[in-house]
Design a protein around this ligand. Structure first.
Ligand SMILES: Nc1ncnc2c1ncn2[C@@H]1O[C@H](COP(=O)(O)OP(=O)(O)OP(=O)(O)O)[C@@H](O)[C@H]1O
Ligand SMILES: [Mg+2]
Length: 268
């Protein structure tokens, strides 16, 4: 059992232990270890090609590890498919969100998992109840829907992210994986998504893995950081233990960004 300073002994919801992933002769992940706890945001940071997406694909059942182990609530699991991962309680919100912009918020919320009365496919859909649940779940994450029957296309980018997150949680995600949730949004929408992440954290039972290139966003919402570079963990720590300096240094791309800032300044 792992323990955390100041928090007594707490078991991680999900553990990645010495995971290796090879694609042919290329090693994309070389012994990655990561523990994620309920009620915490764990930022996974790293430059292009670091292995973030590969790790996420292993956690969501898309790829199988070449070596190493995944444990959920302490039990070793084999996630042979995305379906396995979702049944094990891993909800992944990809950048495209998998929403249908023309369908209503309620329809998107229940997509493929509608409540019906009587045997499917002809059972009467319990639309009113579905709409009520959708409103309730969105409200819990800070969005007051004017009309759950409105098309998803009419929602803001931040509200759509919240919808995809609320849906994953309602259908049983105890590990929520967010892949660059703020990268395609404007400033205000980004803040909305960060607030949503904090609200999910406040629920207390969900372990959140946040993949981001944005150091500021990670510092705003994450409790713990893991830095990947070329398939290896090059640094990790709780926010309280890491100085902003460390984060900037470890944040791959940070050095290049400083170089770029200097180069741009030199042009003026
Ligand atoms: N299916 C695959 N076959 C071969 N190589 C792969 C495959 N998927 C990923 N890779 C390689 O593994 C390495 C890690 O890729 P990955 O996509 O996990 O990085 P990333 O951290 O998500 O990067 P980015 O920030 O650009 O999204 C890269 O060098 C990539 O080319
Ligand atoms: Mg990626």
């Amino acid at each position: 059992m792992s323990s955390r300073p100041g928090n007594g002994a707490v078991k991680p919801v999900i553990q990645v232990a010495n995971v290796v992933k090879r694609f042919g002769t290329f090693t994309a992940l070389n012994g990655v270890t990561l523990d994620v706890y309920a009620g915490e945001v764990h930022a996974l940071l790293g430059d292009n090609g670091a292995g973030k997406s590969t790790l996420i694909k292993i956690l969501s059942g898309v790829h199988q590890p070449s070596a190493g182990q995944l444990r959920i609530d302490g039990q070793p699991v084999r996630l042979a498919s995305p379906r396995d991962a979702s049944q094990a309680g891993i909800g992944t919100v990809y950048q495209d969100l998998a929403l249908n912009p023309l369908a209503s918020v309620t329809r998107n919320f229940f997509m493929g998992r509608e409540l019906a009365r009587g045997p499917r496919p002809f059972g009467l859909l319990r639309l009113a109840e579905m709409a009520r649940i959708t409103c309730e779940q969105m409200r819990q994450l800070g969005i007051d829907l004017a009309d759950p029957g409105q098309a998803v296309g009419t929602l803001s980018g931040g509200q759509r992210q919240t919808l995809a997150i609320a849906r994953a949680i309602y259908f049983g995600a105890k590990v929520l994986i967010l892949d660059e949730p703020t990268s395609a949004l404007g400033q205000r929408q980004q803040m909305e998504v960060l607030k949503t992440i904090r609200r999910v954290r406040a629920l207390g039972h969900v372990a959140i893995i946040l993949i981001t290139h944005n150091e500021v966003h990670a510092q705003l919402v994450a409790d713990r950081f893991t830095f990947l570079s070329l398939g290896e963990v090059i640094g990790k720590g709780a926010k309280a233990e890491l100085a902003g300096e460390d984060i900037r240094r470890l944040m791959a791309g940070g050095a290049e960004l400083n170089d770029l800032t200097a180069e741009l300044a030199a042009l003026d």
